[in-house]
Design a protein around this ligand. Structure first.
Ligand SMILES: Cc1cc2nc3c(=O)[nH]c(=O)nc-3n(C[C@H](O)[C@H](O)[C@H](O)COP(=O)(O)OP(=O)(O)OC[C@H]3O[C@@H](n4cnc5c(N)ncnc54)[C@H](O)[C@@H]3O)c2cc1C
Length: 420
């Protein structure tokens, strides 16, 4: 089974030689001294190699199970999540006002790559929580922020993103989930969402669903959509957990991969929801989470390519097949390692150059996000808005090609599960 080593040297090169983060005028970047960033990335790398990567095949084999309405995650996920949570990784780049460490997003992005390469399915539980945190932080009332954010930053409550419905994915103007206003200012949410990543699990005490729904009086299409917090358990005035809300998991999707992450059908049956931001302006507010998710998906594209590359290059150094065209490179052995063959080298170098470029592109994008959020730079905000779909689309398309090249380096063994 392949192992994973965090590419800390390459990340440090990008942060300090290419992006020169400590020379930047973005508030908080002065803290990103090389010793500090390398210590953080090394520590994340240890957790990734020792705890998360070994759970990746377990998650893939076991998958998630729906038992009596509750999703059971694979063996070891709960304990690993606790280690990540206790290490303070969830709140690394979150607002100190809500218990976060206030580090720049660019550092969280580097750590995110490491965790995603080691175990993407596992990391999605906290990735979705971070996205929900960001949308609530940017758009919710102070009251809602005070109730939900500290628990999400601490990692004891998780978050989800509920856009997709059975009849609509890309064209969200068609959504049918309804929100009926109540006298106390809350809403009753009714409808069905599908494909909800991390929609439920047995890891956190509560799940904070961010749900798009149509409230009366909105215009047609996406104009009439509003955004709501719908917690799995209602929250009492003192912050403790109250009654179960009217939201349940209808089913788990059987997928071709990422089995360790529960992709849920979510049924909302007059569930209590709380408006986030302005009524009928939900799409704009949800875009905070969607954009973060899109950056995260682009990152997943190259982080998977990095993991596949590491496995392929190790294999190419060990597997002995044929002789180099320029004469034996391993004369005492029965054959030379695969890595001597020009076409194998081409495949490996294609992967390596893609991953290095993709990482540079993503960290550059993360720097723009920091500049737009921390320095209120509207040009940076405009540029990253333009580039976010490019990061998602390009890095996932190319990342897929790159992992297929990695598979080719293994020959027939690339099609065998045991190889990874
Ligand atoms: C593993 C997984 C996890 C997911 N997690 C979540 C989640 O957490 N929350 C959530 O809400 N959703 C989630 N989704 C759903 C995902 O966001 C949708 O699948 C996506 O939005 C596309 O919608 P669709 O599948 O209905 O495809 P459709 O909208 O039916 O599109 C089908 C195809 O047509 C193309 N197409 C559609 N409209 C146009 C157009 N106008 N012009 C050109 N091409 C077009 C699309 O690009 C696509 O290739 C997840 C999906 C998967 C597979």
């Amino acid at each position: 089974m392949p192992t994973y080593t965090a590419p800390v040297k390459d990340m440090q090169f990008l942060l300090h030689e290419v992006l020169e983060v400590t020379k930047s005028d973005v508030p908080g970047y002065d803290e990103l001294e090389p010793d500090f960033t390398s210590a953080v990335l090394e520590e994340a790398g240890k957790l990734a190699s020792d705890v998360l990567a070994p759970l990746n095949p377990v998650g893939d084999r076991e998958g998630c199970k729906l038992e009596n309405g509750v999703v059971r995650t694979p063996t070891g996920f709960k304990e690993a999540y606790e280690q990540v949570r206790e290490g303070g990784w969830m709140g690394l780049d979150c607002d100190p006002e809500y218990g976060g460490q206030g580090m720049p997003y660019i550092l969280g992005t580097g750590v995110g790559e490491i965790f995603v390469s080691a175990n993407m399915a596992f990391n999605m539980y906290q990735g979705l929580t971070h996205g929900a945190y960001s949308a609530i932080h940017a758009h919710a009332s102070d009251e809602l922020k005070a109730i939900y954010l500290p628990k999400m930053v601490e990692g004891i409550w998780s978050g989800t993103m509920n856009l997709t419905e059975p009849h609509c994915g890309t064209d969200l103007g068609q959504i049918r989930t309804r929100a009926e206003p109540q006298d106390d200012g809350s809403y009753k949410i009714t409808g069905t969402k599908i494909f909800i990543s991390a929609g439920d699990q047995d890891i956190t005490g509560n799940v904070v669903h961010l749900v798009l729904a149509k409230a009366p009086g909105g215009g047609p299409g996406t104009k009439g959509i509003s955004l709501f917090i719908v917690p799995k358990f209602l929250v009492n005035d003192d912050g403790s957990l109250g009654e179960r809300n009217g939201v349940s998991v209808g089913n788990l999707e059987e997928k071709m991969g990422i089995h360790g992450n529960a992709t849920c059908v979510m049924n909302y049956d007059e569930a209590t929801g709380y408006l986030v931001g302005d009524l009928h302006k939900g799409m704009r507010n949800m875009f905070t989470m969607m954009n973060e998710a899109r950056m995260g998906v682009g990152l997943q594209g190259y982080a998977q390519a990095e993991a596949a590359y590491q496995a392929a290059v190790d294999y190419a150094r060990e597997r002995l097949q044929g002789r180099a065209v320029t004469g034996p490179k391993n004369p005492d052995g029965p054959a030379d390692p695969l890595i001597v063959h020009p076409d194998v080298r081409r495949m490996l170098l294609d992967q390596k150059s893609f991953v290095e470029g993709a990482r540079a592109f993503t960290l550059w994008g993360a720097q723009l996000i920091d500049r737009s959020v921390r320095a209120s730079d509207h040009d940076a905000e405009g540029l990253i808005s333009l580039m976010t779909p490019v990061i998602k689309g390009f890095l996932t398309d190319k990342g897929f090609e790159s992992t297929v090249l990695a598979q080719q380096v293994f020959g027939g063994h690339g099609y065998i599960e045991e190889t990874g």
